[in-house]
Ligand binder design. Structure first.
Ligand code: SF4
Length: 414
């Protein structure tokens, strides 16, 4: 949960869907005439975080201050998720807390769209199809963020690889140059900014191959967040997942040949209706072969209104849990081995924060997305010369299951 703290970050998310009008702004303007303070609670996935950042940016642009606690706020905005069952409970708790601590609460939520119709998801039925922002607007925002000192942008949408499809790759202009509203063209232009560019929610379509070339050339970070969700073709078909007929292992092999440093994070669902032991074993075998770097796993839980609820052969909770544990055991060994292999390597890391009590910088390398992956803890530093936003060259000295530990070689850029 974030409470009015989003501006501490030196990373920023770029959202590819068209900007919606925010009722929040209008309501806040009507209630307060002078420098009102808005408390902000952000819940849910990184896409909801993007919305929070955009709402906060808009509020700050219009002269509102951000309060650091409920008591100091004239009003509290809770931006939340109504999709995932656990998030619904978290949302209700947060709304209840804000109501009792402050009493003036605006609740807002999911502003995304998507062209797919995955059977476990209700986002398209709530939000409709994906609507791409013009590429000039995305690039101008990224450029402004760079000017404001942001060192890393995270590109996010429900399907980043589908960017521009709805506009038929319409031509737009940026810095006087023509640029197509298209996945590759946007990545290439972002790569010219000289800051870290990290892609989330990309699917393994053939046209992504060209973007891997940009990664191999060092233009954008060699990092991809691909929500594979499963590996059994039968389950992927039942899920109606994008790119479900692609040979993903072949594609990963090709990408790694082009760009050996490529780091891949993904999420999976186990216990989807109809998943047999054979399907699950196929997933474990796939995982062993794919050797992904970072992986999250969820047990399937029905979402009200999702068509998957009507599928036959729901998996008993106990089996779902067992499969989750078996999955995590396999993946944790792979992730740990991958992190261990980093020991002795020299890496560039971006400092997010300094430990209060210890001479340690909390940083990340290209392999770690903020708030999602692990950290690189740079030890024995002089806190008077290092600050958040610095890029450091470090040597990795140790690793545990999720994080790396390092010693400073030099400050690359402050
Ligand atoms: S890709 Fe599937 S899971 Fe993701 S938002 Fe679209 S429909 Fe939902």
């Amino acid at each position: 949960m974030y409470f009015g703290a989003l501006y501490k970050e030196c990373s920023f998310h770029l959202f590819l869907s068209l900007e919606k009008s925010y009722n929040t702004r209008i309501i806040v303007e009507r209630r307060f005439m002078k420098s009102p303070k808005v408390g902000f609670v952000s819940l849910g996935c990184p896409k909801a975080l993007v919305d929070s950042e955009r709402i906060l940016t808009q509020l700050k642009t219009e002269g509102y201050d951000v309060a650091s606690d409920y008591e100091g706020a004239d009003l509290v905005v809770v931006n939340t998720c109504g999709f995932i069952e656990s998030a619904v409970q978290e949302s209700l708790d947060a709304i209840g807390e804000a109501m009792s601590a402050n009493g003036r609460v605006i609740v807002t939520g999911c502003l995304e769209g998507c062209n797919h119709r995955c059977t476990f998801c209700i986002i398209p039925s709530m939000r409709g199809d994906l609507v791409s922002r013009p590429v000039g607007s995305v690039l101008n925002e990224a450029q402004a963020l760079k000017k404001a000192g942001v060192k890393e942008v995270l590109v996010i949408s429900q399907d980043t690889s589908a960017y521009g499809v709805d506009t038929k790759y319409k031509l737009d202009f940026w810095n006087g140059q023509p640029v197509k509203t298209k996945f590759y063209d946007m990545c290439e232009a972002l790569g010219q900014l000289g800051i870290w560019v990290r892609l989330h929610y990309v699917y393994p379509y053939p046209h992504v191959d060209a973007v891997i070339d940009l990664m191999a050339q060092g233009k954008i970070l060699p990092y991809l967040d691909i929500p594979f969700q499963h590996a059994s073709p039968r389950i992927l078909k039942l899920m109606k997942r994008p790119a479900h007929s692609e040979n993903t292992l072949e594609r990963l092999k090709l990408w790694r040949e082009k760009c050996p440093e490529l780091v891949i994070r993904s999420t999976f669902v186990v216990g989807f209706p109809g998943e047999t032991e054979e399907d699950f074993q196929m997933l474990l075998d796939w995982l062993q072969e794919a050797k992904l770097d970072r992986v999250g796993c969820f047990t399937y839980s029905p979402v009200e209104g999702a068509t998957a609820n009507d599928l036959p052969d729901h998996v008993p909770e106990e089996i779902k849990q067992q499969r989750y544990e078996r999955f995590m055991e396999v993946q944790q060994a792979i992730s740990a081995e991958k992190l261990q292999s980093r020991i002795g390597q020299t890496m560039t890391v971006l400092v997010d924060d300094l430990e209060e009590e210890f001479p340690v910088a909390v940083a990340r390398s290209y392999a770690d997305a903020p708030e999602i992956d692990g950290n690189v803890f740079v030890e024995d530093i002089d806190k008077s010369v290092i600050k958040a936003g610095d890029l450091l060259e470090v040597e990795i000295t140790d690793a545990d299951e999720y994080d790396l530990f390092a010693k400073l070689i030099r400050v690359k850029s402050a």
